[in-house]
Design a protein around this ligand. Sequence first.
Ligand code: UFG
Length: 333
Amino acid sequence: MKILVTGGAGYIGSHVVKQLLETTNNKVVVIDNLCGGNFNPIPVLEKIDKNNRLKFYKENLKNFSKIEEIFKKEKFDAIIHFAAYIQVGESVENPIKYYMNNTVNTTNLINLAVKYNVNKFIFSSTAAVYGEPEIVPIKETTPTTPINPYGQSKLFSEKVLIDVANSANSFKYVIFRYFNVAGCDPKIRIGETHEPETHLIPLVVKTALGKRDKIYIYGDDYDTEDGTCIRDYVHVEDLADAHIKALDYLENNESDIFNIGYGYGFSVKEVIDTVKKVSKKKFDVEVTKKRAGDPSVLIADNSKIMKKMNWKPKYNVLETICKHALDWENKNS
Ligand code: UFG
């Protein structure tokens, strides 16, 4: 197969491209405008690619005619779509930026998929579509009521996929709703370098390595055991593996939506303690005010993906996730 990976130079996309090159015989075409961070993984991925199966276009998805030219030329069999803006806070301040990129450009991509008979579409969605769920663990059937434009922009794209699949017989999708993705390639060749970084684990490892003075805990009076928020942290390598499985899944199964998480969570304090343990470093921690829009507990019910895709996590230990994130940050010092 020839697979288009949009955002294939981003954090999650690059890990999926790496697995496509290492564990499948597929050809991979990456479209990415390299705007998401200060590390370009393409040269590393080109080294991993032993038989010239990787091709890279530096292009922005908003350039519809350029994207269509690529579709005409390459004749894709499947699309894995990552390219998106991902900062919740920014989406509240600048919603149009999010709707234009995450919804309008995705709609154009779906349109091209149908026009050029690309019938498999794997979409990177988010737990943010659930908003503040009343019941955890969260099932895929939990009502979707996003509380910010980021989650809403992804939910709109989900709806477009569902409507298009209903109207075009052969078009099928897998929608993945990610919980908190962290860690990196176990060989530490590629990793997470968002700019700016807002996620907990990379910020804590930066603090452990002395790149930041302290780590701030956003609120310690949540209704949880230690008062800090609980999240379901999933290793990017396990997450990437689900995308490889989805390509096979769509050969013989119908379109569907899956959560990706481990089904249990850790508090902010537990994450900080784990980084202290694996780094053997002491660092300052300060409790500050709550961040707007943070739900207290987000944990996936992952029984659907385990059962229907036979997804079996391999890196589901918080120490491993934090150690890989630490080693990556150390390498990039
Ligand atoms: N946190 C801190 N200090 C920090 C950074 C984060 O205490 O310096 C806390 C947050 O308040 C939250 C937890 O650590 O309770 C995790 O925060 P992240 O920013 O790492 O991740 P989020 O849970 O906010 O975000 C994730 C995804 C988003 C998605 C969201 C859904 O990264 O894409 O879940 O709620 F939108």
